[in-house]
Design a protein around this ligand. Structure first.
Ligand code: T46
Length: 136
């Protein structure tokens, strides 16, 4: 089942002569209450991140600046997405393996998450991931 759920989250932007202002609100634009925000930047060329799934965590990820790729795998192989629009996020449900790469120089990837950081929520072995989620 390659079902990632509804994937795209569009944020609202207010534009005037001073520039653009984009905002997102928990439980409105984002389909959960936001408990944590983190951002990834200064990523060296050819570096990969991710390589895990979450048991319960839900996240929306977007590129504030720049561009990167993310491949999502719900247990039947990867589908690749490019994130390069600060007005559009990708909803990543729990139980989905993700791998990030191809960061252009200066990229800032931003993530809003449904829960606090907890290492026990991670599945960091692909074999374990397939055992747990491969037969849905
Ligand atoms: C995800 C992808 C897209 C913390 O202490 N607090 C935090 O909030 C986070 C996110 C991480 N950490 C620690 C855990 C590790 O010791 O920071 C270290 C690096 O984390 P990690 O190797 O998991 O980083 P990425 O970029 O591979 O994965 C991160 C998120 O962890 C993950 O939830 O979906 O970004």
């Amino acid at each position: 089942m390659s079902d990632f759920g509804p994937l795209t989250v569009n944020f609202k932007t207010i534009t005037d002569v001073r520039g653009d202002l984009t905002y997102l609100e928990g439980e409105k634009d984002i389909p959960f209450s936001i408990k944590r925000v983190y951002y990834i930047y200064n990523v060296p060329e050819n570096s990969a991140r991710g390589g895990h799934a979450h048991i319960n965590l839900r996240q929306v990820m977007f590129a504030i600046v720049g561009s990167f790729t993310i491949s999502l795998d719900a247990g039947e192989g990867p589908t690749e997405f490019i994130l390069n629009n600060p007005e559009q996020g990708l909803l990543i449900e729990s139980g989905v393996w993700r791998e990030l790469g191809t960061f252009t120089p200066g990229t800032i990837a931003m993530v809003v998450a449904s829960d606090y950081y907890s290492e026990s929520d991670y599945v960091r072995s692909y074999t374990e991931f397939l055992k747990k989620y491969g037969s849905r």
